[in-house]
Design a protein around this ligand. Structure first.
Ligand code: 26V
Length: 816
């Protein structure tokens, strides 16, 4: 195994030859990239095997998630191995530029947004903390669509991320699991014992592909992200069919089976109530649990599973994997022959559940009929869970109809997945203090009465080693020079930066780093999209999925207002502004797509108006994803976190911006509330209705958007501009936005918050001219961002939910 530059060069040269039989001079950039990945994978296996004995045989955590947005791995793994420097030099001596190889890697889009990225941050932190924690998900052949913008419209292009292969993964056919769908259940009575026999089912083979997860400076713990791919049982064709001469049938079976892991549902605008989605959910749940039970038996002797919950935690990321509960019951009862009570005890103590949204449309429910035809045995188990739960409930809450009514699993022909999750798990957590409070007091208030002890909060965090250390090398260097390197392991150390908050020279250096990052970002945008942006202007950024509740429309109306003001008084605009948007709209979410169109129309309008185009600019970054984020967060001056209060469960972009020194302009929503606590109210720019007020309006009415329209002429002008030919050649295009505000009474209180938003924006505009003060606030944001590292979040999950030990990291000395 290589240990220095020279041995690396030797090893690398042989790897290139091994790959394609070519020399370095003949190899393509892709071949060279693949060779480097292969070498690192080898190094990981080496560490894994030499250290296997010292690895604990303790509890294993399995994080079940439909989505993992892991981002590119190569650069991070070089940073984590602390190898970047000598590998870069070694490659250079072979005439290879490391950056060209980094470019080759695809960014797997196996997720929609925050939920999927959170799962990836958690994997990193578990590895860092020495927790044997593994991901379990789906290896979608096509990830989230790639977004192209044509004529201001979003066009979706299939994301064929596997077309050249994915060199990090390892196919493990010997670890495949058979999954059974459809069929019938026959009961049999043997010596007074009922057994359930699943018959006439259709089988699908789940084949795992493993991706190694390694974190910073902890090569002992190489964890595993296991992604499942659906295949027919006998390889390429359904041979039985084929032999009977049913050629067409055999091919269609194959594609029906493979469709299960074909594509990620891109919809976070309306729930995908589709059979295929349910198949996906059961598929990865059953495959994951099947392989966990198998490896449990291998580790603990093939005896019983009585101690299962002491050795295994299964965490479910939102309700998508909630079938873990009836599936584990099925395994324990039907395969391990346990009785209901013991199986239930083990299941509840094994499973824990995180809720990620309060949006009612996002709450998963499945038709009973669909579950009955696809998963007949699972339905029986859910029915029995429901029967027993109701029995207990009626005994406890006899006179309280409401509690009994609101806690049903079965309602109006549907199964409510969140309800099953709460009943069948030992812990239910929200992802920020405010969100958890809303879960307890509003969304699940009746469950909170029944199972108060299960509810808890775990505020989200992000991987500061990816989003600060690796994404912002210049800032990282500056920080390390100031306070030493220990912050990389313990983000709380960043607090030490506070001693520099009045240090003029340090603040100047900080500002210069920001400027360089803005230049770097501007270069990329110029190269990729041919757009010119001025790094001297203030970068005001909103990047996230496009959604009505996230209120990109509020941001656009603000820019329209600035434009209108500049028309009346050219002096009103101080400084120059670049407003940066990025984010995907779900393909069938018309409103969100029109918002993208509006951003482009406004961008054009401003660009073609010489009265303002030197001072205002609006850009839309195509195809926002993890890699784009890594470039944008370090370059931002202002972080827009402007969701309608109560609606954003946590947000995690807000944390990534903060740790890179952007100032937050936001509502008191999600984790913004805790960011405010951390930085202090003078160092964050809060506006708008509180969550309480929003919930009060939603419950009791009393808000009329027309009142805001009539009272405020600035609002009136902007709103009318959506509808009056202000944008050239747009016809009725933006009518749907106008209607959302005026006909449907502005569900997300955009007009209500408009005035206070402008005021805060104006305050920031003024502040930006006071460089010293701006830089001081930026520093305070970086210094107080430590608590938003996912290391902190995972420690809390480990202490309170999984009850598992982790390593403590002392300055330079790691110990358990
Ligand atoms: C899904 C849907 C589908 C139906 C229509 C409305 C709607 C709204 C939101 C969603 C997303 C649900 C799950 C999710 O991605 N939640 C996000 O999880 C992040 C990690 O905890 C958190 O930071 C975000 O605030 C939260 O939106």
């Amino acid at each position: 195994m290589f240990t220095d530059k020279e041995s690396f060069k030797q090893a690398y040269l042989s790897k290139v030859i091994e790959g394609d039989g070519t020399t370095v001079d003949e190899a393509t950039q892709w071949d060279k990239f693949v060779a480097l990945v292969a070498l690192l994978k080898e190094k990981m296996s080496h560490h894994r095997s030499t250290n296997k004995k010292s690895m604990s045989q303790g509890k294993q955590v399995y994080y079940f998630s439909m989505e993992f947005l892991i981002g590119k791995l190569l650069h991070n793994y070089l940073v984590n191995f602390k190898l970047e420097e000598f590998i870069r030099e070694g490659l250079l001596e072979l005439n290879i530029n490391l950056d060209d190889l980094l470019e080759q890697e695809v960014d797997p889009g196996l997720g929609n947004g925050g939920l999927g990225r959170l799962a990836a941050c958690f994997l990193d932190s578990m590895a860092f903390l020495g927790i044997e924690g593994h991901g379990n998900g789906i290896r979608y052949k096509y990830g989230l669509f790639e977004q192209k913008i044509m004529g201001g419209n979003q066009v979706e292009v299939a994301d064929n991320w596997l077309k050249n292969g994915y060199p990090w993964e390892m196919r493990k056919p010997d670890k495949a699991v058979v999954i059974k769908f459809k069929g019938t259940v026959r009961t049999e009575l043997n010596e007074g014992k009922i057994s359930f026999l699943h018959e006439n089912y259709e089988s699908v083979l789940a084949v795992p592909y493993d991706v190694p997860i390694m974190s910073y400076d902890n090569p002992l713990y190489i964890n595993n992200l296991r992604l499942w791919s659906a295949e027919t049982i006998c390889g390429d064709l359904d041979l039985a069919c084929f032999n009977r001469g049913e050629y067409k049938q055999s091919i269609s079976n194959k594609s029906e089976v493979e469709s299960i892991s074909y594509i990620l549902y891109p919809d976070d605008s309306s729930p995908a109530g589709r059979e295929l989605r349910l198949k996906q959910e059961y598929f990865f749940v059953a495959a994951g649990l099947g392989s966990i039970v198998r490896s449990y038996k291998k580790r603990n002797g093939s005896g019983s599973l009585h101690n299962f919950s002491r050795r295994v935690s299964v965490h479910i990321n939102d309700t998508h994997p909630v079938l873990c509960i009836p599936e584990l019951m099925r395994i324990l009862m039907d395969e391990e022959e346990m009785g209901w009570d013991e199986a239930w005890n083990i299941t509840v103590n094994t499973v824990s559940f995180t809720n990620h949204t309060i949006m009612p449309e996002a709450m998963e429910k499945w038709s009973i009929d669909l579950i009955k035809s696809l998963l007949p045995r699972i339905l029986q188990i859910i029915e029995e869970i429901d029967r027993r739960f109701k029995e207990d409930l009626i005994a406890r809450f006899m006179d309280e109809d409401e509690v009994i009514r609101n806690t049903q699993i079965f309602k109006d022909g549907y199964i409510w997945m969140a309800h099953l999750a709460i009943i069948g798990s030992s812990s239910v957590n929200g992802v920020a203090q405010l969100h958890t409070k809303i879960l307890k007091n509003e969304v699940f208030k009746d469950y909170y009465r029944v199972f108060g002890y299960k509810f808890n909060n775990k505020t989200n965090g992000v991987n500061h080693r990816r989003f600060l250390l690796a994404a912002n090398p210049k800032l990282s260097h500056l920080i390390t020079e100031a306070i030493g390197p220990y912050w990389k392991e313990e983000a709380g150390e960043l607090k030490k930066l506070l001693v520099y908050k009045d240090d003029h020279s340090f603040l100047e250096q900080l500002a210069y780093v920001k400027y360089e990052n803005k230049c770097r970002f501007a270069e990329v945008v110029k190269h990729k999209q041919g757009l010119l942006i001025d790094p001297q202007s203030i970068f005001d950024v909103q990047v996230k999925r496009i959604h009505a509740y996230k209120r990109q429309l509020l941001n656009v109306l603000k820019i329209m207002h600035l434009y209108n003001e500049a028309m009346n008084d050219p002096e009103s605009l101080t400084g120059s502004h670049t407003f940066i948007f990025g984010g995907k709209a779900a393909p069938n979410y018309h409103y969100a797509k029109i918002v993208i169109k509006l951003i482009h129309a406004l961008s054009q309008k401003i660009e073609h108006d010489p009265r303002v185009n030197q001072k205002l600019k609006v850009v839309f970054i195509e195809n926002f994803n993890v890699s784009q984020g890594e470039l944008i967060y370090p370059a931002a001056d202002i972080s827009e976190q402007i969701s309608s209060a109560s609606k954003e469960a946590s947000g995690t972009g807000n944390m990534k911006f903060m740790m890179n020194g952007a100032l937050t302009l936001g509502t008191l929503d999600g984790a913004n509330v805790e960011i405010k606590e951390a930085v202090g109210e003078d160092n964050i720019f809060i506006f708008g209705l509180t969550a309480e007020k929003v919930l009060d309006y939603t419950r009791n009415g009393g808000y009329k958007s027309w009142d805001e329209y009539h009272v405020n002429s600035d609002i009136r002008t902007c709103v009318d501009q959506l509808n009056c030919g202000f944008f050239d050649n747009m016809g009725e295009e933006f009518r749907v936005l106008f209607d959302s505000l005026m006909i449907y009474n502005d569900e997300f209180f955009i007009l209500k918050d408009f005035h206070s938003y402008l005021e805060m924006h104006d305050k920031l505009q003024t502040l930006y001219r006071n460089k010293k003060e701006w830089n001081r606030i930026s520093l305070v944001n970086i210094a107080t961002s430590g608590r938003f590292s996912s290391d902190r979040t995972i420690r809390e999950y480990a202490d309170w939910i999984w009850k598992i030990r982790y390593r403590t990291v002392n300055k330079g000395i790691n110990s358990h």
